[in-house]
Write a protein that binds this ligand. Structure first.
Ligand SMILES: Nc1ncnc2c1ncn2[C@@H]1O[C@H](COP(=O)(O)OP(=O)(O)OP(=O)(O)O)[C@@H](O)[C@H]1O
Ligand SMILES: [Mg+2]
Length: 226
């Protein structure tokens, strides 16, 4: 069997000894699959993603994520740093010793993958929220990321751009053989994933069929069918 692209094994993380956030948290995402992470507010989803990205170090347990890893934040304005689309996608490549033609080729390829090659010269401020998220994803594709971690990437999008983004990420994962873990509160997105995890008080309490987990989370939150 192929090694999973993401492995979390008994991870514990706390900000202080009285406030544990992740408690013996374990999960695996098979390579080439698109999984979602669900859980009530404060259950530790963003913390887990930050541990996976190497931004936080757990007190105990192991994480193993196939590199390179790309991270997409809830608010693209916290992520896009350059004045134009092309420059922003290229910016992520500065640490790789590439020639100018190689950089151009990586940027073209990545923008084509998210259907935005016509916007290469557009200033970032002139993009919609959904386009900004696709530029953030293009940055990860340009770096040839194996794994994409996305923390509520659709939280600021309207429903149409929301479903466009999730279906586009699903296609990218399948066509490029990437692996993704996507945090969400918007349960209609579960249609697009291969499987889901349910996090509660820093532990994965359920995993598998997205629709079953959707019903379980709605019961936990007392939500009505959306
Ligand atoms: N920098 C920090 N310092 C101290 N505590 C923190 C810090 N960041 C998060 N926490 C606490 O860790 C717990 C988990 O937070 P986290 O952001 O991972 O939850 P979440 O599942 O992403 O929630 P949400 O659905 O609201 O995004 C919360 O109790 C939160 O208050
Ligand atoms: Mg969060």
């Amino acid at each position: 069997m192929t090694k999973p692209a993401i492995v979390v094994d008994e991870v514990c993380f706390q900000w202080s000894p009285t406030a544990p956030v992740l408690q013996s948290c374990s999960l695996e995402v098979p390579k080439g699959e698109f999984w979602m992470l669900l859980g009530t507010n404060g259950s530790g989803k963003s913390t887990l993603l930050r541990v996976l990205a190497g931004l936080l170090t757990p007190q105990s347990g192991q994480v193993d994520v196939m590199p390179p890893v790309g991270f997409v934040f809830q608010n693209p304005d916290h992520q896009l740093v350059m004045p134009t689309v092309g420059a922003d996608v290229a910016f992520g490549l500065v640490e790789e010793k590439l020639s100018i033609p190689q950089i151009r080729q990586r940027v073209d390829e990545a923008l084509t993958a998210v259907n935005l090659s016509h916007l290469q010269r557009r200033p970032i401020y002139a993009l919609s929220g959904g386009q900004k998220q696709r530029i953030a994803i293009a940055g990860a594709i340009a770096r040839h990321c194996e794994v994409l971690l996305l923390d509520e990437p659709t939280a600021l999008l309207d429903p149409d751009s929301q479903l466009d983004l999730v279906s586009q990420v699903q296609k990218l994962i399948k066509h490029r053989g990437m692996t993704a873990l996507w945090v969400t509160h918007r349960l209609d997105e579960l249609e697009y994933c291969d499987g889901a995890f349910l996090l509660e008080q820093g532990q994965v309490i359920d995993r598998g069929d997205p629709q079953r987990l959707r019903r379980r989370l709605m019961q936990m939150e007392g939500r009505q069918e959306e």
